[in-house]
Each structure stands twice: as C-alpha cells, then as structure tokens.
Design a protein. Structure first.
Length: 98
C-alpha cells in the first residue's frame, strides 16, 4: 500500500510489482489490467456445537494418518524402549555402560 500511496501523492509515476487490487488501493489510484491473477481459497471449518465435539473431532483427525495397528506398534515400541532404558540404567542415573 505504501508504493500505491507514493503514486497517489506524486512521489512516483508508477509502481511495479505484485499487488492485490483491493478496494482501499483502488480509492488511491488507478490500476492497469492484471497481468497475472492468483487463485486464492479460504478454508473455514464448520463451527461445532460444543468444545467437546471439537476436541473429539481434532483428536480423531490427528490419528487418521496411520492405521490403528501401526499406532499400537508405535506405543508398544515406546513402552519397551522405556523399560529397556530403565533396565540398563546404572544406579546413579547414568547411561551408556551395559
């Protein structure tokens, strides 16, 4: 908007660049026809009735990328590695010497 303002007040004869032609800018100066246009989409989630519904919805969507059996494999792997880390830990809390 600053360069469009410069054209409006006469500090510059023209401004070249990528501009979104907004109503605010159209009030300031004239524009040539667009050389390129952007395809912009705005995605808005539907509003749920309650917070609990949103929490369940987002939690389920978080789990979608993997099959349930893979989630179980990941959880069991984390559990077994945690047990092994505690098992092989020395009494003073240091790791590395088995």
């Amino acid at each position: 908007t600053a360069s469009v303002y410069d054209v409006q007040v006469g500090l510059a004869d023209m401004a070249a660049g990528y501009f979104w032609i907004t109503s605010e800018r159209l009030k300031m100066t004239t524009f040539t026809t667009a050389v390129a246009t952007d395809k912009i989409f705005l995605w808005v989630l539907e509003k749920n009735e309650s917070w609990e519904d949103e929490f369940v919805y987002f939690t389920r969507n978080m789990l979608v990328p993997f099959h349930p059996s893979l989630w179980m494999l990941l959880l069991w792997s984390i559990f077994l590695i945690s047990i092994a880390a505690v098992w092989f830990c020395k009494n003073d809390g240091t790791y590395g010497i088995w």
